[in-house]
Design a protein around this ligand. Structure first.
Ligand SMILES: [Zn+2]
Length: 415
């Protein structure tokens, strides 16, 4: 089905792309590709596992300062922030890429560049996003374009894994002056993320008295058996295929070789579940808690002596969220992709990007890819970045930023 872009947004994009300064900026982005790749490489070589982004943030902040941004600072959460003030009257836009990677500090970071590809852990996800942020700033400066709204350029922390998009959550919740958000993450040029998959991760701990494997037999219930009952019950839960809803028991810990002849007093399971619909997510959460409670009751009743109890830690809590698929920011992103030569731009379903936190905060938001369409093998040591056509990711972020912030060439399309 052909996606429909309103006349109003087509007009605004036509005004922009018909402007000499904007054309100069688009050309600049293409010519500046090698310079941006050099910055991308420099930042990639600074290790930045989640919660340890400090050095990379300090260097990105210097780069923001070198490009003339104002109010440059590392915020209390660790995000690197620089502002490009507008002339007034437009919309304030956040443009961000996340600085953290999934690779531990000791991972060897070595650049191999050959045949139009660059290989290094973190080169794409999401150092390319940070480099694209720099590209947008440099293009605005090179062409001397003033926006109406302020633009907040940010390198965010704690996107990956246990970070659970918390750097972004911190930033959007503390900046009510923002009107829209553009994230740049991973590769891809043709797919636009505009929704948020709800993601929940829990750690459940089952507790009992414990005792000798044989001596306490019949005298105590077994927390590990309760955990086993819970895992079996959860594994039988039925979830809808659409909206896509999933669950997995991702860890289980109890006992040790030292206590191989003991009934444990604690057993832990880790559980991750997701849905593109908040309603399904809540339903599943209830079902899972019912399974946990029933498992405790059944194991308690089996022996009738002591009581198995449970406690939990909520490790990751991201709401599912969406916005109309014809929201102006989504239409603008689709129109831009087409303008830049993407034959069939597509809307992604769900998503686990920083866009999720912007949607949670009620902002119109999208996440764009930072370059060409290819398999980046991200989150593996074989991670790769394709150079050919990568500047188009920067061009699309540049045009979308302009359409959102507004300028005297074309006003903001955000309502
Ligand atoms: Zn990422």
């Amino acid at each position: 089905m052909k996606y429909n872009v309103s006349e109003n947004i087509k007009d605004a994009l036509a005004k922009l792309t018909g402007d000499a300064k904007v054309q100069e900026a688009l050309r600049f982005i293409e010519e500046d590709q090698e310079e941006i790749i050099q910055k991308q490489i420099e930042l990639t070589l600074i290790p930045a596992p989640t919660h340890q982004e400090g050095k990379k943030a300090a260097r990105l902040l210097e780069m923001f300062e070198e490009e003339g941004l104002t109010d440059c600072r590392i915020d209390p959460y660790g995000n690197a922030v620089g502002i490009r003030r507008g002339t007034g009257g437009g919309k304030n836009v956040l443009v961000e890429g996340h600085m953290d990677t999934v690779f531990p500090l000791e991972t060897e970071l070595k650049i191999r560049r050959e045949n139009g590809w660059i290989y290094c852990p973190g080169i794409t996800d999401d150092t390319r996003g940070c480099a694209s942020v720099l590209s947008v700033i440099r293009a605005l400066n090179a062409a001397g374009i003033q926006t109406q709204g302020d633009i907040h350029f940010v390198g965010t922390v704690q996107e990956e894994g246990m970070g659970a998009l918390k750097g972004m959550q911190y930033y959007v919740n503390r900046h009510p002056e923002l009107d829209a958000s553009v994230s740049i993450d991973g590769p891809g040029f043709s797919e636009i993320t505009y929704e948020a998959t709800g993601i929940q991760t829990y750690e459940f701990t089952f507790s009992g008295i414990g005792g000798h494997a044989a001596g306490a037999f019949g005298e105590v219930a077994n927390p590990l058996a309760a955990a086993g009952r819970a895992v079996a019950k959860i594994s039988d839960l039925k979830v809808p295929e659409y909206p896509r809803t999933t669950y997995a028991v991702t860890g289980a810990f109890a006992g040790s070789y030292e206590s191989i002849h003991a009934i444990v007093n604690k057993a832990v399971i880790l559980l991750n579940f997701r849905s593109d619909s908040q309603e399904e997510l809540e339903k599943l959460r209830k079902e899972i808690f019912r399974c946990i409670e029933e498992a405790c009751e059944e194991e308690t009743a089996r022996w009738g002596k002591d009581r198995i109890t449970y406690s939990y830690r909520h490790v990751c809590d991201i709401n599912a969220g969406t916005q109309p698929s014809d929201a102006p920011i989504v239409q603008a992103a689709m129109a831009i992709a087409e303008y830049l030569g993407c034959e069939e731009p597509e809307l992604g379903h769900g998503g686990a990007t920083n866009c999720s936190r912007a949607l949670e905060a009620g902002l119109p938001a999208v996440c764009l890819g930072g370059g060409a369409d290819y398999d980046s093998k991200c989150h593996t040591l074989q991670e790769q970045f394709k150079e050919e056509g990568a500047f188009r990711g920067c061009q699309s972020a540049f045009l979308l930023t302009l359409l959102c912030a507004g300028s005297d060439i074309a006003g903001s399309v955000i309502e």
